[in-house]
Ligand binder design. Structure first.
Ligand code: XLS
Ligand code: NI
Ligand code: NI
Length: 435
């Protein structure tokens, strides 16, 4: 059998290993809080960046040459690419992958032919999944690359484009279902605007709400039981995207009656583009029962775009895992590496180094987070800070049993409230013990 990545399977060798092609912290079988690391993370490799991204940017084309890009006919190359992808998943030892419809099969001149190509590639994916045991974390549809979607998909001013987008999502849901996908992602790449001068925002939002309700409807028809996720992102490619952050998605889901049907896929770099931390977006999602899945990556503090670097920051991974563990962990979701190697990282080993480093960073984050939970000092400090709410006064307010007049009477009687320290530095020092 052809080898596209001439590397032997990556193994756990422990923290003292100096082998760059080995895990130092990620031991898939190690149990933490009753679950193996593999079960905690449900790591997925993404198809678009890892196999279709070749280092192109706004100023130049691809720099990365992969052996599966043989120069043969597009469907032949698509087949090599998929075999290479499954070789990579297997050698890296991840349990899941994620893809867009157009990543795995090239678009043809008609939708019917495009769908035939997609079916042919899904046949191969089905076989490779069965051969390797690698599963689909989620599927999605690319409705942002083709020129027909220049003004959006579900929020397009033209209903014919809305219909095209619906046809594409219908098919992408079908193939996701066929491949046993645990979820389906909606990322609104061009569901936003460049200028409000040409935009009827209210109408566009209604159309997006309608579109997602139609998807929910078709999900039932299809019998697809995976989770639906919205992936918040504030901008890029558009100036403003409607699903700009977890809070905006939450409001949108409530307005259009979709709360029961969707969770969020939180991406670290999208959080930072929205002016939030990754931790904030995860906490917001968890606090509102919306934490579904994670696109694990990181941005660059000096660059204002979605650089999609591999996540290596131990503060980020520790705090993310602290929130995810407290929220009960992943069920259908997982950690998908929506990240790509840098333009100069042209060796095939670089793709391994990138994923190994990220998986180790999350393993350290998980160990730290589990230790923080066991230690309990952080949680205790938060509990103490809110202890007043368990007192007579607090409990009455929370239960809706104290009205303004009663609160005024309380204040007149007791005078100035007693203040307590927020103890930020004390808590930050505790966090540092676990990094
Ligand atoms: C782009 C998004 C995209 C989604 C899937 O910024 O992160 O990759 O995850 O369409
Ligand atoms: Ni993403
Ligand atoms: Ni992104």
């Amino acid at each position: 059998m052809a080898q596209y990545f001439p590397v032997r399977a990556i193994r756990y060798e422990g923290p003292d290993s100096r082998n760059p092609l080995a895990f130092k912290h990620y031991d898939p079988r190690q149990k933490i809080r009753g679950k193996t690391m593999a079960e905690h993370f449900r790591f997925a490799v993404c198809y678009w960046h890892s196999f279709k991204g070749l280092g192109g940017d706004q100023f130049g084309g691809g720099t990365i040459q992969r052996s599966y890009n043989t120069g043969e006919a597009p469907m032949k190359v698509a087949e090599h690419t998929m075999r290479a992808a499954f070789e990579f998943f297997t050698k890296l030892g991840v349990g899941y992958w994620c893809f867009h419809d157009r990543d795995i099969a090239p678009e043809a001149d008609t939708l019917a032919e495009t769908n035939r190509r997609l079916d042919a590639m899904v046949d191969l994916a089905e076989k490779l999944q069965a051969d390797t045991g690698v599963k689909l974390l989620w599927g999605t549809s690319n409705m942002f690359s083709h020129r027909r979607f220049m003004s959006g998909a579900a929020t397009n001013p033209s209903p014919a484009v809305f219909a095209y987008a619906a046809s594409q999502v219908k098919k992408a849901m079908e193939v996701t279902h066929r491949l046993g996908g645990a979820g389906y992602v909606f990322w609104g790449g061009r569901e936003g605007y460049e200028t409000l001068l040409n935009t009827d925002m209210g109408r566009e939002l209604d159309h997006l709400g309608r579109f997602l309700n139609l998807a929910v409807d078709y999900k039932k028809t299809l019998g697809f039981e995976g989770a639906f996720y919205i992936e918040p992102k504030p901008k890029e490619p558009t100036k403003h995207q409607y699903d700009s952050d977890a809070g905006a998605c939450h409001a949108f889901l409530q307005k259009y009656g979709l709360m029961k049907h969707f969770k969020l896929n939180i991406e670290a770099n999208h959080a930072t583009l929205a002016g939030h931390t990754f931790h904030h977006e995860l906490e917001y999602a968890a606090a509102n029962g919306l934490l579904g899945s994670v696109d694990a990556n990181r941005g660059d503090a000096l660059l204002g775009w979605d650089t999609d670097q591999f996540p290596l920051d131990l503060y980020d991974t520790t705090l993310a895992m602290y929130t995810i563990l407290r929220a009960g962990g992943f069920t259908t979701g997982g950690l998908n590496f929506d990240a790509h190697v840098r333009r100069q990282s042209i060796a095939h080993e670089d793709l391994f180094h990138a994923h190994i480093g990220a998986m180790d960073a999350f393993a350290r984050g998980l160990k730290g987070a589990a230790a923080m939970l066991k230690d309990g000092r952080l949680a205790a400090a938060v509990r103490e800070r809110y202890a007043g709410w368990d007192s007579d006064l607090g409990a009455k307010i929370e239960k809706g049993k104290a009205r303004f007049a009663a609160l005024e009477a309380y204040t007149l009687k007791h005078g100035e409230p007693e203040l307590q320290s927020g103890r930020q530095e004390f808590l930050e020092n505790i966090l540092n013990e676990y990094i």
